[in-house]
Design a protein around this ligand. Sequence first.
Ligand code: DSN
Length: 415
Amino acid sequence: MSALQERDPEVAAVIAAEQKRQTETLEIIASENYASAAVLEATGSVLTNKYAEGYPGKRYYAGNAHSDEVESLAIERAKALFGAEHANVQPTSGAEANMAAYLAFADPGDTFLGLELTQGGHLTHGSPVNFSGRLYNFVPYSVDRETEVVDMATVAELAAEAKPRIIVTGATAYPRQFDFPAFAQIAQDVGALLLVDMSHFAGLVAGGAHPSPVPHADIVTTTTHKTLRGPRGALALTKEEHGAALDKAVFPGTQGGPHMHSIAAKAVAFGEAAKPEFQAYAAKIVENAATLADALQEGGLRLVSGGTDTHLILIDCSTLGISGMKAQNALQGSGIIANKNTIPYDERSPFVTSGLRIGTPALTSRGMGADEMRRLAAWIAHVLKDPDGEGVREGVRQEVAEFARAYPVPGITDA
Ligand code: DSN
């Protein structure tokens, strides 16, 4: 019996149930993944006990020799993995990485450009309900109505007009690659800094399956738990000249004591992502997404922008006459876990939505490939075409549970 089972059977039971849920369902939320047993072990380590305000060699508390060692390891591994000049591994989430970057390089009231939330952007890219939209003057850019892809000529026009201090790119629900050289040129033309939030595709960049924004951007932020498959947390990368400003904005600017257990787990994840197996993994994520997208389209579903060149697919549920919410719930009843999402120019509210966002990072971590993607596409099409059919949902749920159990979940079955 584990210490947790003995001391707190209630919490232990909830965690055991969640473990079962993760094993028996198909996880296709594009931003989720399974951390390895090694990452989980570091996350659950005694480093959680330590206060270490400051940076390696310059701490405000005693007893930090090992915190220094592990943070330096994480920094060096992050720099090597992404070819960056400077890395800060302390941000505890993507939102806080972005907040620190904005604080470092802009003043409240400054103008920014960012992809609008309902078009695939992130809350911290200027949503009026978020600190970003409240403190800064965000001018939103959109995707083209026809192609559903960001049109760089429109971004250039907006930038010339708005003269932003920072141009933000990256997204949470955009299935295509961003044109980093074009964004960098626009930023240079208008005297702005370029910030790329690569949270969604950082693992693809690390594995060489997606162009890197690092040579083009002034600042790159990312979460560490999505395609990168690390612990929950974040990372910010900059050119050397901006390093001191960024560090100061993270601590003491926006955060207190760094989460040393997460930093250790980030170091482990960066080490894992530097291995050749991770390159094969990243390539497989993209290949699986392409196979899944083709199969969904063959099954009669419309995909925003006509497909994907990343890990992420956005299904337009309105052509099936249902909302994203209905699609999400019907799939959940079938053991397939996805999330509703707005699609560009959506007529439904962000709570109901017309879209469904799916992705392949987690299933690829379970070793699935083309055959499994085609099977998944068939289940999705079957359920979405009859979302009220209880028999359909129950039939698929049973098939999915049996199918899912055959694929080991990293961190659970290799623990
Ligand atoms: N919640 C993240 C996502 O799902 O993309 C964004 O913060």
